[in-house]
Design a protein around this ligand. Sequence first.
Ligand SMILES: Nc1ncnc2c1ncn2[C@@H]1O[C@H](COP(=O)(O)OP(=O)(O)O)[C@@H](O)[C@H]1O
Ligand SMILES: [Mg+2]
Length: 425
Amino acid sequence: MERFNQSTESGKSPEPERQKIEALINASLAHGIKFDEGQNAIVLEVDPDDFADQELLSDSEKEQIMATDPFVSKVLRVFSAGHSQKEALSQIEAGKILAEQSDENLAKVPEIYFHSDIEIKDEVLRDKLAKAGVETAGSQVGVLLMYRVKGVDFLNYLLQEAIKKCPAQEAELHPNIGIAQRALARDPRAMSTEEVFKTAAALIGFEEDERVRLNPKNRDRLFTYLQKHDFVLNPEIIARAEKAINSLNQNGFYHNDLTERNMMLEFDPNGQMSDIYLIDFEKSGSERDQDFGGEMAILSQYKLLGEDRDVRQQKELMNFFGDLEKTKLRVKQARSEDYKRLEETARYMLRAKDERSMSLAEKNALVEADYLLGGKAYELLAGILIDLSLEQSEQVKKYIDQRIQSGDLSVRYQNYLSRVRSKIQ
Ligand SMILES: Nc1ncnc2c1ncn2[C@@H]1O[C@H](COP(=O)(O)OP(=O)(O)O)[C@@H](O)[C@H]1O
Ligand SMILES: [Mg+2]
């Protein structure tokens, strides 16, 4: 397939090639679609109609371009020659490694059709590029022409989900949300990534960050917001990315910049997610970037969003009871006599005839527990109640129900008791 001749070894294009690319950038820019903007590049949507009448392209080239579904030309802000070459080669290598895997449920890499550093000779075009935010220092820019993923990046997706999940009552406080919800329901590309980010930032309460990306604090906030609003992430997304990253690593290849904006989701015409793509191979190579926190860390975090509320609560409860058990064992071993006495006080409390004596006995038990393990009295007593429920579940249930009903418990102790109650059949 020869859409364009691939660039030469040095990454520099021969003259006719250069002119074609210049024409292509010009046409895309003229059309005015700044498709997206990352930290180092602008991404232009290339519409074949825009340059179909370009004289510089041969008929067969035009045909090939027309036959290719819209693709994205990524205009890099190039600082040194060979820059686009390195990124392109990394991306091609990653694509090859993934294509060789027998597992089909892996993230993919967009195919590259053309890559080169070119010199922009046309001054008007240089000006236009500068306005669009692309440095043309030394009049060089790097160009990558690649498959356009028909969807949005993972950050854009999560923010859209947050906007969609915002209930009507909450939306009333944010005048833009209703409009955004309607627009995005029609078309996930109805708003630019920047607009989506701004709208969601106001809703979620992001801390200031002028760039469209998630810093750790904002990531936590988005996370909490989505969990609170019962969003469940399709686990397939993370699983596919994780398997792809594993395969790459096993082949000595490291992406080194796997952020939310560098993963993309593709949807079929029915809006069903069909593919995951890894993009932006600028920092990739055969060495792991030690400064980058690790690709698995971010994926592991998102894995938690793939669990629905029941599973999450179940896990949380297991942790809770695990902690109680540890606290209890520690005291039991270190202060066995005192512990036994506390257990007796608790038994006495369960036998109490009326509410008043029950509440008094409870006070005594808590004082004793506090003496044993200051600051963790509630935990300790809750742990003991779990043990006692094995022999006298009815009494423990009765105690908890009565005490919760009385309404005079501290919020924290009541929380402990409700959880213990949920464990007793
Ligand atoms: N092949 C593509 N198809 C569709 N959108 C893309 C593609 N590549 C990049 N984008 C969009 O453009 C943004 C910036 O591209 P990226 O390659 O990450 O550049 P940068 O190096 O500036 O971060 C991405 O976060 C994504 O939203
Ligand atoms: Mg990027």
